[in-house]
Design a protein around this ligand. Structure first.
Ligand SMILES: *[C@@H]1O[C@H](CO)[C@@H](O)[C@H](O)[C@H]1NC(C)=O
Ligand SMILES: *[C@@H]1O[C@H](CO)[C@@H](O)[C@H](O)[C@H]1NC(C)=O
Ligand SMILES: *[C@@H]1O[C@H](CO)[C@@H](O)[C@H](O)[C@H]1NC(C)=O
Ligand SMILES: *[C@@H]1O[C@H](CO)[C@@H](O)[C@H](O)[C@H]1NC(C)=O
Length: 370
């Protein structure tokens, strides 16, 4: 019996097995993400953009093997790159892809943007299928996917907010400083229901001064009292929380975060402490927003309102169409219950949903092009 032949057929068999496994994974990925998305065009830097890989390219041209890996490390750690964090899950995938496209489309240095995608590690459409979907729509995108364990927050989410349990990913924004690599020092966090119509680099460059951790548009005319319960305001020590600050509502769907300062101040723990308290006594009604207000309201750098034209989802009234707030627009945010993709699919769009539609990458059903 020629041993060589046996080895050869074993090798062929194992090759066969590994290739059939690959095929299976791919077909499950396609099956699970029932939606099919188009490929976005490639976007190029304008000539005056800093080149975030040039140093490396000139120094180590001979070392072909490690080229890609090292480039990724340099880009993921680059101070010149604009770092953007977005959550990715099957339900909001269409929104996230539209947000990415809008960011690239309006950027003058799109090749210098690095995306950090946070996914639920328990999500049915897993890691690999989301990666495949993002790569198929954006073959040139610089990105990294980070699984976020639902268990991180499961024990912290108050049982009084049942619906929030459906989406632990909502809380991922409180953990960015832990999730992203230490070398990433500043990030722009974006919700999945936004569309940018301006260069994200301008937002990312918001000066944070000597000590601010966060920058976001503030809404001092909103009734701040309403975000917390009577139990909170009537408790003498709790109500002192905001005593020495001019606390205003801000929306956590668009934030510039100094991750170094966040880590130094361990703000994740501070947010978790409020969530622990919420479990014991109900101090607020909403899910992930109030802990942010408790920790940061009054201490953030205000960003021009143009960077979060929020409420376009119609708040809590499904079917209610909202108008833009007066003033210029750099970012549209469909916060609230109504999402533009759902209203477009139902053929009952709000007028402003027409501004989201151009960024929709969903392939129409029964389209057979690839
Ligand atoms: C892929 O799907 C098939 C049929 O739906 C299933 O039998 C198989 O276990 C799945 N494989 C994985 C890796 O999920
Ligand atoms: C596909 O979806 C099914 C049901 O939603 C799930 O059980 C399965 O684990 C998923 N498979 C992959 C590869 O994500
Ligand atoms: C996600 O994918 C990455 C790279 O493909 C892998 O290293 C990581 O273990 C995966 N995580 C999960 C939870 O599947
Ligand atoms: C603000 O909200 C609180 C609690 O919902 C309410 O009692 C109060 O009347 C509101 N104030 C204004 C000025 O609307």
């Amino acid at each position: 019996m020629p041993l060589k032949g046996v080895l050869q057929s074993l090798l062929i068999l194992s090759l066969y097995i590994s290739s059939s496994l690959t095929t299976t994974t791919t077909s499950n990925a396609t099956a699970n993400l029932s939606q099919q998305f188009k490929e976005a065009p490639e976007f190029y830097n304008s000539p005056n953009c800093p080149s975030i890989t040039s140093n490396y390219d000139t120094e180590k041209v001979d070392d072909e093997d490690d080229d890609d890996n090292n480039k990724d490390v340099i880009i993921v750690c680059s101070e010149e790159a604009v770092h953007v964090a977005i959550t990715l899950d099957a339900t909001y995938l269409r929104g996230s892809l539209a947000a990415i496209l809008s960011v690239l489309h309006h950027s003058s240095c799109p090749q210098n943007i690095f995306f950090h995608f946070i996914t639920s590690s328990s999500s049915a459409s897993n890691n690999a299928s989301l990666r495949a979907t993002v790569s198929a729509s954006f073959p040139y995108l610089k990105f990294q996917i980070y699984p976020f364990a639902d268990s991180t927050v499961a024990g912290l989410i108050s049982t009084s907010i049942r619906s929030a349990l459906d989406c632990p990913l909502n809380y991922a924004r409180s953990y960015l400083a832990n999730i992203l690599p230490l070398c990433v020092r500043r990030v722009v966090y974006l919700d999945s229901d936004v569309v940018l119509v301006d260069d994200i680099a301008k937002l990312a460059a918001t000066p944070l001064g000597g000590s601010a951790v966060l920058a976001a548009p503030e809404y001092c005319e909103a009734n701040f009292t309403a975000y917390f319960t009577t139990a909170f305001w009537s408790n003498p020590s709790l109500s002192l929380t905001f005593a020495n600050r001019k606390a205003c509502y801000f929306n956590t769907g668009v934030m510039v975060i100094d991750l170094d300062r966040w880590r130094a101040g361990d703000y994740t723990t501070k947010i978790e402490e409020w969530m622990e308290l919420q479990k014991r006594m109900r101090i607020y009604e909403l899910g992930s927003l109030p802990p942010f207000l408790l920790v940061f309201a009054g201490n953030i750098v205000p960003v021009d309102h143009r960077w979060n034209q929020h409420g376009l989802g119609g708040d809590n009234f499904r079917g209610l169409c909202r108008n833009l707030h007066p003033g210029p627009v750099s970012l549209l945010h469909w916060s609230g219950k109504g999402k533009p993709w759902a209203r477009l699919d139902a053929s009952r769009p709000c007028p402003l949903d027409a501004l989201w539609a151009p960024y929709d990458l969903l392939k129409p059903p029964f389209s057979f092009d690839s």
